[in-house]
Design a protein. Structure first.
Length: 625
């Protein structure tokens, strides 16, 4: 069990503060809507945070950016910082903010206030290395006493963005130990949010070390982390342990500054139904898929569970008959339906609206009005979003996308393009292929090899056929993402290996779980050597031996059916966790289908493992820091 990233929450708290005190140019009262022209000595320096007034709409990010361009790199530096702050308030994309900050010289000497703000902006755009570099430079000098706490908190934020769990928590415990009397309310809230984000991911031995080094303050957090880690999957024991923790530690100094999530969690009662309805299309075109989901759901039941499961076929039963049966049997929780049209139909039922439901698909309608209705699917879009985030964190700047020219391929390609544009403000280069005969042409077009080959032919006509030449591929692309099935991927990869010229490095190639097939031979795996892909952890490294044993007894070794079995297994596993996940929006729990969390739209999001084909084997990669 891990706690997902809450950096957005942390930054939003900081942003709420800076919205009131954003570094601005001194704006004096005047009757004209144009800025008054005062001497530069009075006009070019941003005000101190405690001297600011409400932002005039005329002075938006574009205004300050234009002023920065007029003044040049050195004098315009504080204006660019202000422009970036305002751009965040104006809800501009990350890419837009990056363009503002890219021309700021990190080695230039600015005021401490400006440089601290710049570090926060760099953290916001996930430019963690630059933020860390600037922070290290600032800490080399002797800091005034009023800047020591901000510097320590920024150090913790940099560690947090690097997913350095132990370092982050240790830094924050040290700050609270050394500077307890100098921490503002905002400082305490920020520190506690970061501790809460990371402490449940700290190894057991490090947790115990915290207690030795920092005493009772750390002990309260350590105990809470152990409760969450060990009991969140136990719906009966979890609230008991939380209540006991609350009794023991409610008087410690920082209790009033705890994240609201923790306070809410104490009073949340998990779902613990004794009668569950499972609604699936057990006949018709999706019968094999539905049966795999059913088998996974039943496999997740414990023998000592006091739970009755009613299984109904949504292809046979009408909504009215299902309503009657569920109400007659006093069903306390519904799982399903699977088909989107059935979900839309069931959402109109007033009789079922009061029964908590986990739908096994997502829909595009207004689906989030009922807080007791949840959505879980094996949406391939989750993998696309994960890949975009992964590329940005790996500093891949110019990826290219190749995809199968079918309805699913086009849909996922569009998702990738939109996410990449939003995150970077740049268009991604894409190319589609309709069939395997067109694959070679598609790859050559993407790499511009065709133009190189034409130049080679022209040179041979001029200088003779004995001329030794090499076709060259373009060198601006730094990664390829493939949206294709396993058979297509097996055909695509060799084209890239052979069409990247000897003058360039082999391009790293990434793919979604559609490119993976269970039961591959060593030779087949060797064909995909170097390919990095996302996949359910259970399929790659067999994370649940009991589930594997049951699956082998009830189903065949089929990739899609195994995924659906895992889907059904996780649907049952999630029921007692949904209220906790709803309260702890950043919390992730480990399922067969991936790391699972709940977003603000009551939809389960999955985060899959990254793995790589390597010398005929599949190696699970370490989580990217």
């Amino acid at each position: 069990m891990t706690l997902g990233q809450t950096s957005k929450s942390v930054f939003s708290n900081w942003l709420r503060l800076t919205q009131l005190c954003v570094c601005m140019i001194v704006i004096v009262s005047c009757s004209s809507s144009e800025p008054s022209k005062e001497p530069r000595s009075k006009r070019t320096k941003p005000q101190r945070h405690d001297q600011l007034r409400e932002v005039n709409p005329v002075y938006n990010s574009e205004y300050f950016l234009n002023r920065a361009d007029e003044l040049g790199l050195i004098e315009g530096r504080p204006y660019r910082i202000t422009a970036a702050e305002l751009a965040i308030q104006e809800n501009h994309s990350i890419g837009y903010i990056k363009k503002i900050l890219v021309n700021i010289d990190l080695d230039a000497r600015g005021t401490l206030d400006n440089d601290i703000t710049l570090i926060k902006l760099l953290l916001h755009i996930k430019s963690n290395q630059d933020a860390e570099r600037l922070l290290i430079r600032l800490k080399r000098g002797v800091l005034p006493i009023n800047y020591q706490v901000p510097m320590w908190l920024l150090t913790a934020q940099v560690s947090s963005n690097n997913n350095q769990h132990v370092k982050t928590v240790r830094t924050l415990f040290r700050v609270k130990d050394l500077y307890a009397k100098r921490l503002s309310t905002f400082d305490k809230i920020l520190a506690n949010e970061l501790i809460w984000k990371h402490i449940v991911q700290v190894p057991e031995d490090s947790l115990n070390t915290f207690v030795k080094d920092f005493g009772s303050e750390a002990a309260s957090w350590v105990q809470l982390a152990k409760i969450v880690r060990n009991n969140i999957g136990a719906p009966e024991q979890f609230p008991i342990e939380l209540a006991r923790w609350h009794t023991n530690y409610s008087r410690f100094d920082d209790f009033e500054y705890l994240p609201q999530q923790i306070k809410d969690l104490i009073s949340v009662a998990p779902y613990s139904p004794t009668r569950i309805a499972l609604l699936l299309p057990l006949t018709g075109s999706l019968s094999a898929q539905a049966q795999a989901i059913r088998n996974g759901f039943l496999a997740s039941l414990n023998f000592d569970d006091n739970v009755e499961v009613t299984i109904l076929d949504t292809e046979v039963e009408t909504l009215e008959s299902i309503e009657q049966k569920l109400l007659a049997e006093s069903v306390g929780f519904i799982v399903g339906p699977l088909k989107k049209d059935k979900i839309t139909e069931f959402q109109k039922s007033e009789l079922l609206a009061n029964i908590p439901t986990l739908y096994l698909n997502s829909i595009e309608l207004e689906q989030y009005d009922n807080p007791s209705q949840f959505y879980f699917s094996l949406a391939p879009e989750d993998e696309i979003d994960q890949a975009v985030d992964y590329f940005i964190r790996k500093k891949i700047a110019y990826p290219a996308l190749i995809y199968a020219d079918n309805s699913l391929g086009r849909r996922l390609a569009e998702q990738f393009k939109q996410q990449w544009l939003f995150q970077t403000d740049k268009e991604i280069e894409t190319i589609a292929f309709k069939n395997k005969l067109k694959l070679g042409v598609a790859v050559k077009n993407l790499l511009d090899v065709n133009y190189s080959e034409q130049r080679v032919r022209d040179m041979k006509r001029l200088f003779g056929s004995h001329l030794k030449t090499e076709s060259r591929s373009r060198n601006d692309i730094d990664a390829i993402y493939v949206i294709a099935n396993s058979q297509q991927t097996r055909l695509i990869k060799p084209f890239f290996d052979t069409n990247v010229s000897v003058f360039n490095k082999l391009l790293p190639i990434y793919a979604s779980s559609r490119s993976y097939l269970i039961g591959e031979t060593r030779s087949q795996k060797r064909d995909l050597n170097g390919l990095t892909f996302t996949e359910m952890p259970w399929l790659v490294k067999d994370t649940n031996l009991e589930a594997t044993s049951i699956y082998r007894e009830v189903s065949e070794d089929h990739t899609q059916l195994k995924k659906l079995f895992a889907f059904g297994y996780d649907a049952k596993y999630l029921i007692p966790l949904l209220k906790q996940l709803q309260t702890l929006s950043g919390l992730e729990v480990a399922g067969l289908t991936g790391k699972l969390s709940l977003n603000d739209k009551n939809t389960i999001k999955r985060y899959l493992d990254w793995s790589r084909y390597q010398q005929g084997k599949i190696v699970v990669l370490k989580q990217l820091n």
